[in-house]
Design a binder for this molecule. Structure first.
Ligand code: SF4
Length: 319
């Protein structure tokens, strides 16, 4: 398998009236073709900003994004347009991302019309094909988004993302706004599409049970930084960072005979505005020592492919 996307030391800072907000602060990872990288963290940790930076929908403050070896952050407009066709996004709330005055077929046809490569007849044919691919019945062709449930609206979002035949899709909380039963249908659809088309996903979510279901690898984000990254199975079997342990302890277990102790995080969330030196999890960490308040821990490989940013990862986990 080859690397499709590589992100190196990516940064995005926003000036605010009270200081500089470090939304994404030195993030690096690679994604192999045909795989899903789950990016998980609490609201405000920078994961959605990260998704938009990867697609170059936002200007970066620092770092690089390579897609098939091309530096997305440093190409001319023509090349960026070509690359953008290969890199798409699915949004959390399909209702607000769809034009309420466009019918299903018009919404799916729009990216094809903007691209301008197909005739009207070819576009009609492609729209029919895309509707079939995402499981939207022909009879819905002329309906409007407000006439459809959340699951069908998200299927339109997926069809739009697929229209230009991309290789890579950023999925930004694509099932968070849906009922649990519909969530499973959409996740199944996304996995089927991945298998059939060899798609590569970044799957952004705050929901650990969803990310477990869909990801091959997982990055855990905390206040703009990656604090743990690992193959999915290993992360769920052996979370090493105190923050990841707390996130996983909050997932309900299906087995009622097996009780799990939930780790409640105490202490204040450190401000992402002009963050102080040291570990950003320091104020909420039960294991914090003096060094944690002054020296930022770097991601270190503690097992093959499993990286953790914590000064005391070995002591905490008896490694
Ligand atoms: Fe906790 Fe220190 Fe590790 Fe940060 S570096 S997670 S504060 S023990």
């Amino acid at each position: 398998m080859s690397t499709l996307l590589e992100v190196k030391d990516l940064k995005k800072y926003f000036p605010t009236p009270t200081g500089v907000l470090h939304a994404v602060d030195g993030v690096s990872f690679k994604i192999q073709q045909g795989e899903t990288l789950g990016v998980v963290g609490e609201s405000g940790c920078g994961k959605s900003t990260l998704g938009r930076l990867v697609l170059h929908l936002l200007d970066i403050t620092g770092g690089q994004v390579f897609f098939e070896g091309n530096d997305v952050t440093n190409v001319n407009k023509k090349k960026l347009r070509e690359l953008r066709a290969q890199m798409q996004i699915i949004f959390q709330d399909p209702f607000s991302s769809l034009n309420p005055r466009m019918t299903v077929s018009q919404a799916i046809a729009e990216p094809l019309q903007i691209e301008g490569k197909l005739s009207k007849l070819q576009i009609d044919e492609r729209v029919r094909e895309l509707m079939q691919t995402v499981g939207l019945a022909d009879r819905l062709t002329n309906t409007y988004p407000h006439e459809l449930d959340g699951g069908r609206r998200q299927r339109i979002g997926i069809a739009r993302a697929l229209a230009l035949d991309p290789k890579f899709i950023v999925c930004d909380e694509p099932v968070s706004a849906l009922d649990v039963s519909i969530q499973a249908q959409i996740l199944n659809l996304m996995q089927d599409l991945q298998e059939k088309m060899g798609l590569t996903y970044i799957f952004i979510t705050h929901d650990m049970s969803v990310v477990k279901y869909i990801s091959h690898h997982i990055c855990v984000m905390y206040l703009g930084q990656l604090i743990e990254k690992s193959p999915s199975k290993e992360l769920f079997a052996k979370p090493y960072h105190p923050y990841t342990k707390a996130l996983l302890s909050a997932i309900p277990l299906p087995d009622i005979h097996h009780e799990k102790k939930r780790i409640i995080l105490k202490g204040e969330l450190t401000s992402p505005i002009d963050p102080k030196p040291g570990c950003r999890f320091c104020q909420r960490c039960n294991y914090a020592k003096e060094i944690c308040g002054s020296q930022e821990p770097e991601l270190q490989e503690v097992e093959s492919g499993h990286f953790v940013a914590c000064h005391f990862v070995k002591e905490i986990n008896g490694l």
